[in-house]
Design a protein around this ligand. Sequence first.
Ligand SMILES: CC(C)(COP(=O)(O)OP(=O)(O)OC[C@H]1O[C@@H](n2cnc3c(N)ncnc32)[C@H](O)[C@@H]1OP(=O)(O)O)[C@@H](O)C(=O)NCCC(=O)NCCS
Length: 172
Amino acid sequence: MELLLPGPACEASYRQAIEEYARAGLSPTCFFGGAERCPDVLFARFADYRAGRDLPAGYVPCTSLWLVDGDEFLAEVSIRHRLTPALERFGGHIGYAVRAGRWGQGLGTKLLAGALDYARGTLGLSWVLLTCADGNTGSARVIEKNGGVLLDKLDDVIGGRPRVTRRYRIEL
Ligand SMILES: CC(C)(COP(=O)(O)OP(=O)(O)OC[C@H]1O[C@@H](n2cnc3c(N)ncnc32)[C@H](O)[C@@H]1OP(=O)(O)O)[C@@H](O)C(=O)NCCC(=O)NCCS
């Protein structure tokens, strides 16, 4: 298993994972490139975000990595290079999703561990902020198993809906 920049070898499997999410009634936008149908646009989008090119207003550069096994796509993590006031409340430095058919096999824990190595080694960060919905037990466990210390729980309104967000800090 490897954590790599997104590449064409796993593209077909990535698209299957997006369909798997839709079939399970989950939002395929959990996967960063979920909306892109065209391969050229998909990979250009990842590269632009990494380089901080043509970002939508208020966005910061971010690197997405895929956890893969051969040509099978397993999970995606996106690491924002810095925080904004909005990300400090919701989103944090790192977001991730494991393909639906592979939950509960330790992949989320492994994925975040790899992302933390990248944040420290490649981006030079000394700590990261992670957030998750208060009720997302799986995500909270993934963060805690990687050394996350709960800072607080914020009462917020996101997309017009009330939401409690857990905020964790991990020292790198
Ligand atoms: C959250 C998510 C990443 C977890 O990935 P995963 O590969 O299933 O996690 P792991 O197998 O590494 O499990 C880590 C821990 O969480 C627990 N866990 C995982 N899913 C759980 C669930 N739904 N309810 C309760 N505990 C759960 C596991 O039992 C394990 O704990 P343990 O070692 O104490 O037994 C995955 O469910 C997912 O992609 N969800 C949709 C996207 C998402 O919510 N992303 C996070 C946004 S903040």
